[in-house]
Design a binder for this molecule. Structure first.
Ligand code: E4P
Length: 311
């Protein structure tokens, strides 16, 4: 048995890609996209019909065209997965609760107009205080959310309290930050702060019985994925899926609800002030959240330019 097959016994495998052919090849249960992945995919001539269709339905309004493009990719991806697709709301709205709610409603309306039920869509929202507040409201309306750019324990606690469907704690970007800070080429798995972050969140959620699903994201090497075997879901780029599939061996389960329930965990209560304080105490998380929003926004603007030029 290869490591990918073995991993599937413990965690739901999700593809982290806008490459529809790669998704079709790896047959994940769900798939995730983000503005950077959509930017890459839109430059691929194979997906030009999706851009043309977005133009046709966007009525000359660039914001509507961009929404439709994201939904067109999501709709195509859903032809190849039995579960859900995650579509990112606009990173530029990360500090605006009302605008994020509106954006999510519009994306979902476009999915529903394409005949896709809301159960199959997760709206990805940056885990700022304002983004988490938007998700709380959207979940009440039956719109499911995937909280992204999640780096700190404070973000994880607030997302669970908001009752969101799913969080995506990032592993690789935490690892990148610490590698840079320590000026080292690599950090061994036993000391990997990205792996430790997801492990801690998993223990907290399972011990306290939160229903929010945990999907480890942003991986740099197969070892980080295998160190989280047992996490509810793991979203993995096609290159890493390939490496796992090429390696023979049994994967050992690392996270389990039974083990987590034995841990000594205290519930944390957070309001806006204590959330901001606790998040701000974590230099890595503060920098990575801010940078992540800037990067997703920059790639969304590049995508907008690209779409304009294709017009
Ligand atoms: C998934 O939801 C994330 O957008 C993705 O895993 C980020 O990965 P990166 O850190 O490699 O960009």
């Amino acid at each position: 048995m290869n490591q990918l097959e073995s991993l599937r016994k413990y965690s739901i495998v999700v593809a982290d890609s806008g490459d529809i052919d790669a998704i079709a090849r790896w047959k994940p249960r769900d798939a995730t996209t983000n503005p950077s992945l959509l930017l890459t995919a839109t430059q691929d001539a194979r997906y030009r019909p999706l851009v043309e269709d977005a133009f046709a339905r966007g009525g000359g309004d660039i914001s509507a065209i961009m929404e439709q493009l994201a939904v067109n990719f999501g709709r195509e991806i859903l032809r190849h997965v039995s579960g859900r697709v995650s579509t990112e709301a606009d990173a530029r709205l990360s500090f605006d609760t009302a605008a994020t709610v509106e954006k999510a409603r519009r994306l979902l309306a476009r999915y529903e107009a394409a005949g896709i039920s809301r159960e199959r869509v997760l709206i990805k929202i940056a885990s700022t205080w304002e983004g988490i507040a938007a998700a709380r409201q959207l979940e009440r309306e039956g719109i499911r959310c995937n909280m992204t750019l999640l780096f700190s324990f404070a973000q994880a606690v607030a997302c669970a309290e908001a009752g969101v469907t799913l969080i995506s704690p990032f592993v690789g970007r935490i690892y990148d930050w610490h590698r840079q800070a320590r000026k080292v080429e690599d950090i061994p798995l036993a000391d990997d702060p990205g792996v430790a972050s997801v492990t801690r969140i998993y223990g907290y959620y399972k011990k306290l019985g939160y229903a929010t699903q945990i999907m480890g994201a942003s991986f740099r090497k197969p070892g980080q994925i295998l160190a989280l075997a047992g996490c509810d879901l793991l979203t993995i780029a096609p290159e890493l899926l390939e490496l796992l599939a090429k390696t023979q061996g049994e994967v050992q389960r690392k996270l389990s609800p039974e083990e987590a329930r034995r841990a000594d965990v205290e519930r944390i209560a957070l309001d806006e002030k204590s959330f901001c304080w606790m998040h701000n105490e974590d230099a890595m998380a503060t920098e990575k959240l801010a940078e992540g929003i800037r990067r997703f926004d920059a790639d969304a603007r590049k995508l907008e330019q690209l779409v304009r030029s294709l017009a």
